[in-house]
Design a protein around this ligand. Structure first.
Ligand SMILES: [Zn+2]
Length: 119
């Protein structure tokens, strides 16, 4: 085998190794993406189950401390979101309807969403 043949063979081997590595990296990347997608689906299903349970549960019937704490944290989250929404409405120069929490014009006598009388 001549010098050029050997050089060509070595280059071809190196190319094959690089191509195989690239293929492996791509396969691993796809596998990681698939796993992340499956985990995301699992999380959404846990979330949906949690929402179903949260809506069915009666706080006074909960005996498990961890479940009680989680329900209390969810209630806090909901309150914090309501507070943040109220702040946002203030920034938009609107006030919150006490009946339905929709943003209303501060000069309105009645809520245009639910019809409640406003002060
Ligand atoms: Zn209202």
């Amino acid at each position: 085998m001549g010098f050029f043949d050997e050089t060509f063979e070595k280059a071809k081997d190196m190319f094959d190794v690089a191509a195989k590595k690239t293929e492996e990296v791509a396969a691993r990347g796809k596998q990681k993406y698939d796993i992340a997608s499956l985990k995301s689906k699992l999380s959404k299903n846990y979330e949906a189950l949690g929402m179903i349970c949260y809506n069915q549960i009666n706080f006074d019937d909960i005996s498990d401390e961890e479940t009680k704490l989680t329900v209390m944290r969810i209630r806090e989250n909901i309150k914090d979101i309501e507070k943040a929404n109220a702040e946002l409405l203030k920034l938009k120069n609107k006030k919150v309807c006490p009946a339905c929490s929709v943003g209303v014009d501060p000069k309105s006598a009645y809520c245009n969403a639910c019809g409640a009388k406003l002060n």
